[in-house]
Each structure stands twice: as structure tokens, then as C-alpha cells.
Design a protein around this ligand. Structure first.
Ligand code: FES
Ligand code: FE2
Length: 401
């Protein structure tokens, strides 16, 4: 019936969010969190060893990595740069609306071709002026008599694999790495992501943070709530319960929920009496993306993306943060609420999570060689992620299995 037309995205989203909340309220009621079988140890070398770091960078070059959402480059000529898979990668939308990705390396003498992300249809290298179209073809070079015999068709930008799916754009940093099979990469997680309708999300703010820590040390902080009451005593802990987690694995990806404190009151009420739910939890897209699906203090439903990358050395991490306004968050609130929320979260991450990560990394660097960090059974997603990452490295032949 037309009056009961179902919006698949909205209904699937509601069911999924409500299921997560029910699971979390159950855990609050029973006073339990999801647990791994036992504590787990991580040798310090996994965080500080330069050879290990080089292998991890190589893995990042070879596996599909989420670059951005479709609406970060909605129109022909729109561009986005990121610098964490090896050489900087340029993602753009061509004249036909197709997303493309290239190494941002000039085929003349390797200068960066794009240095600012405008929406122009031509890209001119600032060094000697070689010019490329949005397909990466070399369409002009000053002083061409100096390059007699040069085959222009052979000297375009170097393309890398890219795939756009359900509002998400994945790239692979290795030009010879073969096409990206998003369905295979996401597996069952695809359904969980599809109903978020990321193709309708609009960017509110982006930022980039560099930190002096290992990327895995920083990453681990996103994967557990054991630290909320202590490290985030005045920022996160007033709203969220510490050390109660519901984790659902989807292959190497996962979804994790952290209950709100005011849900304790729901434990004694029938679910039919519970208020509308704006919480979807944290989506961990392997290997380096955490997406927070929740609502801010003014009720603004948001998608917060935190992309972490291994930097130039083991003690260098790059984080790209992006906050989006979902398509269904279409009320009268100004976009500035989402931008403000972005700044607040970035402030908490940098001054609390990353400050402890930088200090902890320095300690690991100088700790006794046989020092091992311990992950509790309660730190279940941190454990899972380290297992999966080691399995990924072994699969690529980068470490012993
Ligand atoms: S390096 Fe780009 S034109 Fe020379
Ligand atoms: Fe934290």
C-alpha cells in the first residue's frame, strides 16, 4: 500500500540500530561485556620496529582502503588528495561523473601535480607546466620541441584501482594491484553499511592530524571503552558507560556498541516504551577506519569517520577525520552544528587519546626489549583486530603466518 511504502534504508537502519541498543541494554542489565577467551600479549616490536612498519606500509599499498565518501567529490572536476598509501593519491571525478584515482606524481620529473583541490577540468603541474585532463591524459607540455619523439599517450598520470560503491570510494595504492572487488572486501558487512545511505551523507568538516605515535597504538584507542571512565572522565564518560561493549564481527570488519548511561533506566521498561533511537554504534572497516554513527549533544545525527594511516616511520601517524550530515538528518539545524561537533571530537581525540598514545609510544620505544603490552579479555575488539592484521600481513607474505 502506498501509504505504507517502505524505505528499505530507513527500516533496515532502524532494525539494526534497535538490535544494537537491545543488546547493549541486555549487557547493562546483566552487568557484562563481550569477552575474548583470555588476555593477549603484544610484543613491543610490533609497534616500534622499523622493518615491521615498512611491511605494514606495503600492506596498505596493496589492500583496498576507503578513501572518502562519494559526496566528498560530488561534481566533475572535484578532487581529493591523500598521502598515506605510499605516494600521494589524487581522487577525482571526471567529466562523465566517474571516480578515478592517480598517483599524484608528474610523469616529467615527479613533482606533485595537484597541490590544491579545486574543481578545474585541467591539472597543470606547477614545476614546468605539463597539463593533464581528468582522465589523466597528458594534453599539453610547454617547450614540446625539447621532447621530440615522446609518446604523450605513454606519459599520462599513473592510474590506481578505484571502486565506488553505495556512497563509498575505495582505492588501492598499488597501480598493478588489480581491480577492487568491494563486495568481496566487505562481505556481510556490506548490508550493515548500505542501510546507512552513505551516498546521501554530506560532508560538514574534514581535518588532518599528525601524531608522534605508532598508528596501531592510536588505532587501539578507538577499539575499546575500558578507558572511558579514566582517560575521558569529563568528556566521554559523563554520557557513555565504561567497559561495557557489544561486538559483532563481520569477517575482518566489526561493529561495536558502547551504551549510553541514560539507557540504564531502559532496563526495567518494555522496549515498546523506549524513546526513538539515534545510535548505530561504531563501524570498523578493516584495516583503518572507524565510523561513529551517533548523535551529538544537540541531537544532530552524524557520521564521524576516523581514518588512520601508518606514517613515515613507526612513530608517525596520520589521521584524517571527517564528519558528515546523514541524508535523513534533514531538520532545520544549521550545518555548523556538525562542524562544531567535529571540532569537539577532534579535541578529545587529540588531547586525550593521542596524548596518551604519544607518551605510551615513547615508553614502548625505550622499554626493555622483551616488554609486552597486555590486552584484557574485555578488550575484545583490540584483540580481534591485532589477530586479523597479523593474518592479513601473513596472507600478503609480509610476515610469517
Ligand atoms: S615535474 Fe611536472 S612539469 Fe616538470
Ligand atoms: Fe578514547
Amino acid at each position: 500500500m502506498a501509504s505504507e511504502a517502505i524505505n528499505d534504508g530507513a527500516d533496515a537502519r532502524r532494525v539494526s540500530h534497535d538490535t544494537l541498543r537491545r543488546d547493549l541494554v541486555d549487557r547493562l542489565r546483566d552487568g557484562r561485556t563481550d569477552m575474548a577467551a583470555a588476555p593477549m600479549e603484544i610484543p613491543r616490536a610490533e609497534y616500534v620496529d622499523p622493518a615491521r612498519h615498512a611491511r605494514e606500509r606495503e600492506a596498505f599499498r596493496r589492500i583496498p582502503i576507503l578513501a572518502c565518501l562519494s559526496n566528498d567529490i560530488p561534481n566533475p572536476g572535484d578532487k581529493l588528495l591523500f598521502d598515506a598509501l605510499g605516494p600521494e593519491i589524487l581522487v577525482l571525478r571526471d567529466g562523465e561523473g566517474v571516480a578515478r584515482a592517480f598517483l599524484n606524481i608528474c610523469p616529467h620529473r615527479a613533482a606533485r601535480v595537484v597541490t590544491t583541490c579545486d574543481d578545474r577540468k585541467r591539472m597543470t603541474c606547477r614545476f614546468h607546466g605539463w597539463t593533464f585532463d581528468l582522465e589523466g591524459t597528458l594534453i599539453g607540455l610547454p617547450g614540446k620541441e625539447g621532447f621530440a619523439g615522446l609518446d604523450r599517450a605513454e606519459h599520462g598520470l599513473i592510474a590506481v584501482p578505484i571502486a565506488e560503491w553505495a556512497g563509498m570510494i575505495f582505492v588501492r595504492g598499488d597501480p598493478d594491484g588489480g581491480p577492487i572487488d568491494v563486495a568481496a572486501h566487505l562481505g556481510d558487512f556490506a548490508d550493515e553499511l548500505r542501510h546507512l545511505e552513505l551516498d546521501k551523507a554530506r560532508p560538514a568538516r574534514h581535518s588532518r592530524v599528525e601524531s608522534r605515535t605508532n598508528w596501531k597504538y592510536a588505532w587501539d584507542t578507538y577499539c575499546e571503552s575500558y578507558h572511558f571512565a579514566t582517560l575521558h572522565a569529563t568528556t566521554v564518560a559523563p554520557r557513555l558507560v565504561s567497559n561495557v561493549m557489544a561486538m559483532t564481527p563481520f569477517g575482518r570488519h566489526a561493529r561495536m556498541g558502547f551504551p549510553r548511561k541514560d539507557w540504564r533506566a531502559l532496563a526495567d521498561q518494555p522496549e515498546a516504551a523506549w524513546p526513538a533511537n539515534d545510535y548505530g554504534g561504531n563501524y570498523f572497516i578493516f584495516p583503518n577506519i572507524n565510523m561513529n554513527v551517533s548523535a551529538g549533544p544537540n541531537g544532530e545525527m552524524f557520521y564521524g569517520f576516523y581514518h588512520l594511516y601508518p606514517g613515515e616511520e613507526p612513530g608517525h601517524t596520520v589521521t584524517r577525520m571527517a564528519t558528515y550530515r546523514p541524508g535523513h538528518a534533514d531538520g532545520p539545524q544549521p550545518d555548523s552544528d556538525w562542524a562544531d561537533l567535529h571540532d569537539f571530537i577532534e579535541g578529545v581525540v587529540v588531547t586525550e587519546d593521542y596524548s596518551v598514545s604519544e607518551e605510551g609510544y615513547r615508553n614502548l620505544l625505550h622499554a626493555p626489549r622483551d616488554f609486552r603490552s597486555i590486552l584484557g579479555a574485555n578488550e575484545i575488539l583490540v584483540q580481534k583486530w591485532h589477530d586479523d592484521w597479523n593474518a592479513q600481513l601473513a596472507e600478503l607474505g609480509l610476515v610469517e603466518g
